[in-house]
Write a protein that binds this ligand. Structure first.
Ligand SMILES: Nc1ncnc2c1ncn2[C@@H]1O[C@H](COP(=O)(O)OP(=O)(O)O)[C@@H](O)[C@H]1O
Ligand SMILES: [Mg+2]
Length: 272
């Protein structure tokens, strides 16, 4: 049975590689030995029943929590970085500099405007307010949100809020974006539009995307779909289909352009 990610399998375009991840909460083995990899311009979906360990995996990969055992390496532009070996302070810096996050509910701050929400990761860093808001507005425009910059989250639809959250996840130019049930609270039409926006702004820009979903239709738009059961990969894992190396070009037929309004997103070559 092919593994989902092993050092000896490492591809030149790997962004994040994890081997042998375990994480227990008392008697619960949330992760019981999981390998994983995601490459540049690659979208990987993780499915499985509630409680099987999907969020724990995402949180370990993203450096939110530390695994009990196992290695996680990020191949950053300046060289490999050990996420698993980093202190919690260093993990916070890795998250800020290299990762983006999208959650089921946008988790936007209600008292900030949409553009301030998008700019927030830059505002907590060293970027000037003007530059941060400029970059945020540019990302909003690319996600079809022009004209909504000054709205508060409460004045936006669910799909618009989620696109604001997607813009926020890109603002720091992350290598990998993690999305936990990003369409879980949306109707199917809105879900399709949000998925299009998410794919365009991640794999369309050469980022990796790790997406947890219960929705088979959403998962099928990713390059690979992995299924978890009781903290392990369930069943035979798919053969890898390598995504194009380097940032995908706008002309690449498999890569949606970064316009959320369009819903004619091509299905990516899913391999299962
Ligand atoms: N912080 C925690 N404390 C105790 N148990 C936890 C914690 N986080 C997750 N678990 C347990 O670990 C298992 C996997 O949880 P989780 O990763 O959230 O699953 P999923 O995202 O697939 O629903 C579950 O049994 C859950 O109850
Ligand atoms: Mg979960």
């Amino acid at each position: 049975m092919p593994e989902t990610g092993r050092l000896e399998d490492m591809r030149t375009n790997d962004l994040l590689l994890a081997t042998g991840l375990t994480k227990s909460y008392g008697p619960t083995h949330a992760l019981a030995g999981v390998d994983f990899t995601v490459g540049r311009g690659e979208a990987v979906a993780v499915m499985g029943p509630s409680g099987c360990g999907k969020t724990t995996l995402l949180h370990c990969l993203a450096g939110v929590i530390a695994p009990d055992l196992g290695q996680i390496t990020l191949f950053a532009p300046h060289g490999p970085v050990s996420v698993s070996g980093a202190s919690s302070e260093d993990r916070a810096a890795i998250r800020l500099n290299h990762f983006g996050f999208v959650f089921q509910q946008g988790l936007l701050l209600p008292e900030l405007t949409a553009v301030e929400n998008v700019a927030l990761p830059l505002l907590v860093g060293r970027t000037s307010r003007g530059a941060a808001l400029g970059r945020a507005a540019e990302l909003m425009a690319r996600l079809g949100l022009t004209g909504l910059e000054e709205r508060r989250p409460g004045q936006l639809s669910g799909g618009q809020q989620q696109r604001v959250a997607i813009a926020r996840a890109q603002v720091g130019d992350p290598a990998v974006v993690f999305a936990d049930e990003p369409t879980g609270a949306l109707d199917s039409q809105t879900s399709s539009e949000v998925m299009h926006a998410l794919l365009a702004s991640t794999i369309g820009e050469g980022r990796g995307l790790v997406l947890v979903t219960h929705d088979r239709g959403v998962a099928d738009r990713c390059h690979r779909v992995l299924s978890m059961l009781d903290g392990r990969w369930a069943g035979a894992q798919p053969t890898r289909q390598l995504p194009p190396t380097g940032p995908a070009r706008a002309t690449d037929p498999a890569t949606p352009t970064m316009t959320a309004a369009s819903t004619d997103s091509p299905r990516l070559g899913a391999t299962r």
